[in-house]
Write a protein that binds this ligand. Structure first.
Ligand code: ATP
Ligand code: MG
Length: 261
C-alpha cells in the first residue's frame, strides 16, 4: 500500500532538516488554568513526533494551537517558517497546510464519503470538480475505502470513517498532519487498520504530530517522543530513550500505568 503518490513522496523528502513546525515559549491560560507552560518544540520535515502524557496535560490544546483552533497568550508558532497569521485569508491558507484528524469522526454527516473528501479542495483550493474527484478516489483507494465512496458516513464503520478522515485531510496536500488520538474511539479490531495507514504515511515521509496512547505505534513510527504533564514538556527523546529510560518520576509512573494494561 502506498498513500502518497511519487511526487508527494519526493516533495516530502526534499529539504529534510528544515523545520516545518516550531513552537517557541508558547504560553496559554484558560482562566486560572495555566494549560501550556513555556512550550518549545521543533519538528523537522519528514519527522514523526509522538506526544504522550496523562489526561488533562494539554496535549490536545497544544495540537489545536498549531492550526490556530486555539489562540495563544504569548510565544511564537511557525509553520514552514511562517508565523501563524492572526486571521483572514492568510490564516485559512496556512490552516489548509495543516491536516488534522481528531478522536471523534468529524465527517460531514449529510455528505457522501466522496463529497467529504472533495469539498475543501474545491472550496478552498479552487480545484476543478473532476480533478478533485479523481484525486479523492485515488486517496480513498489508497486508504482502502474507495468502494464506500457513494455512501454516507453513518453507513461506515468507525475505522472506515477514520480512514476517510485521513484521506480528507490529505486531499488538501498538507505539509503537516496532526493526529489527536485518532484511534481511541475505535473498537479494538479497527485500531490497526487506522494505525497501518498512519505507519505507511510516516514511512512515506509525511511530517506528523500524533497524540496517541498506542505505544506499539509510537515505537514503530516515532522519531521522537515528547511527554507532557501539567502543560509542560517534561521529557523528549527517541522511543528507546523514553520507554527504556524515562528520566522523571512522572513519566515512570505514566509508563507503569499504561504498560501494565
Ligand atoms: N475550552 C476550554 N476551556 C477551559 N478549559 C479547557 C478547555 N479546553 C481544555 N481545557 C482544560 O485544559 C486542560 C488540558 O486539556 P487538554 O484537552 O489539552 O488535555 P489532554 O492532554 O488532551 O487530555 P486527554 O488525554 O484527556 O485528551 C484540561 O484541564 C482541560 O480541562
Ligand atoms: Mg486530548
Amino acid at each position: 500500500m502506498t498513500i502518497l503518490n511519487e511526487t508527494q513522496q519526493d516533495a516530502a523528502r526534499e529539504d529534510d532538516g528544515k523545520y516545518l513546525v516550531e513552537l517557541e515559549h508558547v504560553e496559554k491560560h484558560y482562566g486560572n488554568l495555566h494549560v501550556l507552560r513555556d512550550i518549545n518544540l521543533k519538528v523537522k520535515k519528514g519527522e514523526v513526533l509522538v506526544i504522550v502524557g496523562p489526561s488533562g496535560s494539554g496535549k490536545s490544546t497544544m495540537c489545536r494551537t498549531i492550526n490556530r483552533l486555539e489562540t495563544i497568550d504569548s510565544g511564537v508558532i511557525r509553520i514552514d517558517g511562517q508565523p501563524l497569521p492572526q486571521e483572514g485569508k492568510a490564516l485559512a491558507q496556512l490552516r489548509a497546510e495543516v491536516g488534522m484528524v481528531f478522536q471523534s469522526f468529524n465527517l460531514f454527516a449529510n455528505k457522501t464519503i466522496l463529497e467529504n473528501v472533495t469539498l475543501a479542495p474545491i472550496k478552498v483550493r479552487h480545484m476543478d470538480k473532476t480533478q478533485a474527484e479523481r484525486e479523492a478516489m485515488d486517496l480513498l483507494a489508497r486508504v482502502g475505502v474507495d468502494s464506500q465512496a457513494n455512501k454516507m458516513p453513518s453507513q461506515l464503520s468507525g475505522g472506515q470513517q477514520q480512514r476517510v478522515a485521513i484521506a480528507r485531510a490529505l486531499a488538501m496536500h498538507p505539509k503537516v498532519m496532526l493526529f489527536d488520538e485518532p484511534t481511541s474511539a475505535l473498537d479494538p479490531e479497527m485500531v490497526n487498520e487506522v494505525l497501518d495507514v498512519m505507519v505507511e504515511l510516516a514511512h512515506e515521509g509525511m511530517t506528523m504530530l500524533c497524540v496517541t496512547h498506542e505505544m506499539g505505534f509510537a515505537r514503530k513510527a516515532a522519531d521522537k517522543i515528547i511527554f507532557m504533564a501539567d502543560g509542560q514538556i517534561l521529557e523528549r527523546g527517541t522511543p528507546d530513550e523514553f520507554f527504556e529510560h524515562p528520566q522523571t518520576a512522572r513519566a515512570q509512573e505514566f509508563l507503569s500505568k499504561i504498560l501494565t494494561h
